[in-house]
Design a protein around this ligand. Structure first.
Ligand SMILES: Cc1cc2nc3c(=O)[nH]c(=O)nc-3n(C[C@H](O)[C@H](O)[C@H](O)COP(=O)(O)OP(=O)(O)OC[C@H]3O[C@@H](n4cnc5c(N)ncnc54)[C@H](O)[C@@H]3O)c2cc1C
Length: 588
């Protein structure tokens, strides 16, 4: 399984066994009752994790820490849960608390460690001794591995490619930069977009892959994105039925299929919602990959692509032990995500963007790796970004009765349109932020979140429009006119400006509340240029032999800012992750 980790772990266990028990032999009688870990028994303690409280049970015996169990947790299984398993293995193996947080799951890791320490304190453990017990690391060296196909990144694109390549008979190594498996995909909702599927049929939904393709073409036009390649869109749409079934056949269960929005083309139910979210999808495919013999290494970022002549022949990676690893491979699949966390590149490509949050894990390694081998890189002045409100998971999504204005106080959109549609409109008008002016019905639905936002200084309340305008830095005359015009349309029951359906029209009245809406960067829209086999192309349009890319590493030609619906990212990863693996395996 974790080949490197296992080898190092065994070596450390040996070193540690010598150190802990000296010349061997059983502990003397009087030492057998308590150990550095305290008095035998099971102790529990709770700490606050990433998603809420976690409770850990620690069992101590005469030999030390005997077992660690997670009694209660709402952490994401493939992130916090994975981190707990990693920490558990290390602590039990080395009887030491000198362990590092799992990269990408630090909040969960610190919570587990805090709870474990509290429980051990209760047991009467010598915490200082356990914390200072060094875990000896072997001297770093140079390693060489060899495989048929190297997959870089373990998100949806990478884990799909690994499974598909192994099923096609290839030897596969998958390396992951973070300390857990799944990247952004493990954090996501597990929605997958597609049409003409058996799952839709089972839910009584009439639809077709051909219609899906037409709708994708239409949205490309709306987005005015000249990089979109209709041929690749067609592959994604027409293969959706088969790809969705591929997942179902491997154990993914969909509990419903929903529309993305009330307006066509998004009103057809196409969002396939998986049980357990993205974490469960990744976990299922990860276990399958291990069963198929894929070797998986976490904490092992690829830092360089290796080329011989015009062909990519592998990569160089590093691990947390300082080893430099040369991985020779006949095919390399970059599934290493986009560049949402590369602040400089985001600024360079989207210069107007100032304040935003990022809920994606990727730092732009794909772009740097692609540059090393002369790949054609498409960068866009657009992002998968939508606007959300502080303290609310609802406002900004299906809150069709909201009333949005630009920072200049002007209404700009039918608030019932899809949230990516709205954010594109906003950006096209030259703005990056917007405000929700709270309507009567919006306040009813989201009272608690709105009040919390006011307390946190993310929303402002005022008795008059003028006072509100001053607080949120707008021209009072403009805001006043916008609100008056809107209220007149509400009274008349007809939105003559943007055509919002009458049932979502709700009045704005005193006290006036303005809610700051900031951009949340979900993913980027650029990436490496690829052909229909997911092979990476160079700046002359030639195939870089041996190099493939899928998912947000290479979706500039399939994903525009006018994203069709939640789940489009996952269908892209699934489609092109499989295609890359099939083509790479066919070349062996
Ligand atoms: C909160 C949230 C909810 C979302 N919900 C949905 C949804 O329901 N449906 C949907 O379709 N989309 C959703 N998205 C978007 C979607 O999750 C991402 O666009 C998608 O996961 C991208 O998948 P990927 O495999 O390309 O990248 P990732 O899942 O990010 O995987 C890339 C992996 O590569 C690794 N990596 C990076 N560099 C290196 C390197 N040098 N060496 C080795 N490994 C490396 C990363 O650590 C990461 O694990 C959501 C996004 C967010 C943030």
């Amino acid at each position: 399984m974790h080949r490197l980790r296992k080898a190092v772990a065994l070596a450390l266990l040996f070193v540690f066994a010598l150190g802990l028990w000296g010349c061997g032999g059983a502990p003397r009688e009087e030492e057998a009752e308590t150990s550095l870990a305290g008095a035998p028994g099971t102790y529990s303690a709770t700490a606050n994790g990433h998603n809420g409280p976690i409770t850990v049970e620690v069992t101590v015996d005469e030999g030390g820490i005997k077992d660690l169990q997670l009694a209660e947790s709402s952490e994401t299984p493939m992130i916090g849960g994975f981190a707990f398993d990693v920490l558990r293995e290390q602590i039990l193996e080395h009887q030491s608390l000198q362990v590092d947080a799992v990269a990408g799951a630090t909040i969960s890791s610190w919570a587990f460690l805090a709870a474990i320490k509290d429980a051990l304190t209760e047991a009467g453990a010598d915490l200082a001794a356990l914390e200072s017990r060094e875990i000896e690391k072997p001297a770093p060296g140079q390693l060489t591995w060899e495989t048929d196909i190297l997959v870089v990144g373990s998100g949806m694109a990478g884990i799909t490619a690994a499974v598909q390549a192994a099923e096609a008979g290839a030897d596969v190594i998958l390396v992951e930069k973070l300390g857990y498996i799944g990247g952004t995909s493990a954090t996501n909702a597990g929605f997958i977009y597609g049409a003409g599927t058996k799952v839709q049929e089972e839910f009584g939904i009439e639809d077709s892959a051909e219609q899906y393709y037409k709708d994708l073409l239409y949205l490309t036009e709306v987005a005015k994105d000249e990089h979109i390649d209709p041929n690749l869109l067609k592959i994604m749409a027409l293969n959706a039925p088969e790809n969705m079934q591929w997942l179902v056949d491997r154990g993914i269960k969909f509990y419903t299929v929903d529309p993305a929005n009330i307006h066509p083309p998004r009103s057809t139910p196409r969002i396939h919602k998986a049980e357990g979210g993205g974490s469960a999808i990744i976990e299922t495919l990860y276990k399958l990959a291990l069963d198929l013999g894929v070797e998986v290494y976490t904490n092992t970022p690829v830092v360089e692509l290796l080329k011989e002549g015009d062909r990519v022949v592998g990569a160089k990676a590093e691990d947390i032990y300082g080893n430099e690893i040369t991985i020779k491979a006949k095919g390399v699949i970059l599934a290493s995500g986009g560049y949402a966390r590369d602040k400089e590149l985001i600024k360079e490509t989207n210069p107007k963007l100032t304040e935003y949050t990022v809920s994606n894990t990727n730092e732009g390694d794909t772009i740097k790796l692609g540059q090393q081998v002369g790949a054609d890189i498409i960068l866009k002045n657009s992002l998968l970004m939508h606007h959300v409100a502080y303290a609310s998971s609802g406002i900004g999504y299906e809150s069709y009765d909201a009333f949005y204005v630009t920072p200049e106080g002007e209404r700009f959109v039918d608030e019932s349109t899809y949230f990516y549609w709205r954010s594109r409109e906003l950006r096209e008008r030259g703005f990056e932020d917007m405000w929700t002016i709270v309507t009567e019905s919006l306040y009813e639905t989201y009272k608690d979140a709105i009040e919390q936002s006011i307390e946190a200084g993310k929303a402002f309340r005022a008795d008059t429009v003028e006072e509100l305008a001053e607080k949120i830095n707008m021209d009072p005359a403009v805001l006043k006119k916008t609100i008056e015009d809107y209220n007149k349309m509400v009274e008349a029951g007809k939105d003559t400006a943007f055509g919002k359906p009458a049932q979502y029209l709700s009045k704005v009245k005193e006290p006036y509340i303005g809610l700051d809406m900031y951009g949340n960067l979900v993913d980027t829209t650029g990436g490496l240029r690829v052909n229909e086999n997911s092979q990476v192309l160079d700046t002359e349009g030639r195939v870089i032999e041996g190099l493939y890319a899928a998912g947000s590493a290479a979706w500039a030609q399939t994903i525009s800012q006018e994203y069709e619906g939640s789940g489009t990212a996952m269908i892209q990863c699934l489609t092109f992750g499989r295609i890359a693996a099939q083509h790479a395996a066919s070349q062996l």
